[in-house]
Design a protein around this ligand. Structure first.
Ligand code: AP5
Length: 221
């Protein structure tokens, strides 16, 4: 089963994709993570993407479609979770071709419906484990087993590491640009999938567990 998680920045796509990957053996294909990896390694793609990402704008369709194409075959057995892709009409068309060439198709488009103002708090409070990539929030979603050790260090509940990162694009100004990009370029692709009867809407303002249960109900339904 191949599914798309669609929603504005901070809607919870990465949080739910990580959970689906752990629970169902599906493979998370996050173009944001792939681009951040390319930036960290200083590859030609990373060098081109860095300033665009820091401004909160969209990287070119050709670059992200190529990244997805490179990883798709590795996500064949239990299916892929497209997280942050497609984001434009061109990317939606590219995905259809990539899947069709492999005899696959989009089974569900799960839209995480959220209140944009609440997302600013989610995003500015986000931090991730530098070791395993687990996603947390200082206020809304701290590590469940948060252990305060002697020097005040917080420990990741998934892997026990104590090294965390905040993204350079997780500041209020950039978040506003990212949301405007979503409204202008990504939200318009929803009708393409609505016409095909693929869109299922989930209340993304519910708790992480409630959102997860709603997604499970769709996938098992
Ligand atoms: P990307 O990394 O895809 O960022 P995004 O779409 O802006 O989404 P986020 O990662 O910010 O949010 P999320 O929905 O995954 O939320 P999360 O689960 O982390 O893209 C970054 C940049 O890369 C783009 O701006 C662009 O430049 C470029 N890019 C990437 N893909 C591209 C493409 N296809 N085309 C062109 N350019 C591309 O949760 C957020 C926070 O909320 C966390 O702190 C979490 O703990 C918390 N949280 C999650 N769920 C809940 C809940 N239910 N209740 C309370 N808190 C919650």
């Amino acid at each position: 089963m191949d599914i798309i998680l669609l929603g504005p920045p901070g809607a919870g796509k990465g949080t739910q994709a990580q959970r689906l990957q752990a629970k169902r053996g599906m493979v998370q294909l996050s173009t944001g993570d792939m681009l951040r990896e390319a930036v960290a390694k200083g590859t030609p793609t990373g060098l081109r993407a860095k300033a665009v990402m820091e401004a909160g704008e969209l990287v070119s369709d050709a670059i992200v479609s190529a990244l997805i194409g490179e990883r798709l075959d590795g996500a064949a057995s239990n299916g892929a979770i497209f997280d942050g892709f497609p984001r434009t009409g061109h990317q939606a068309a590219a995905l259809e071709i990539l899947l069709d060439e492999r005899g696959r198709k989009v089974d569900h488009v799960i839209e995480l419906a959220v209140d944009e103002e609440a997302l600013v708090q989610r995003i500015t409070g986000r931090f991730t484990c530098a070791n395993c990539g687990a996603i947390y929030n200082f206020v809304l979603n701290p590590p469940a087993d948060m252990q305060q050790v002697k020097d005040g260090t917080v420990v990741c509940e998934k892997c026990g590491a104590s090294d965390f990162r905040q993204r350079p694009d997780d500041n209020e100004q950039t978040v506003r640009t990212r949301m405007a990009e979503y409204r202008a370029k990504t939200a318009p692709i929803l009708p393409i999938y609505e016409q095909k009867g693929l869109v299922r809407r989930v209340n993304g303002m519910a708790s992480v567990e409630e959102v997860a249960a709603a997604i499970d109900a769709i996938l098992d339904g």
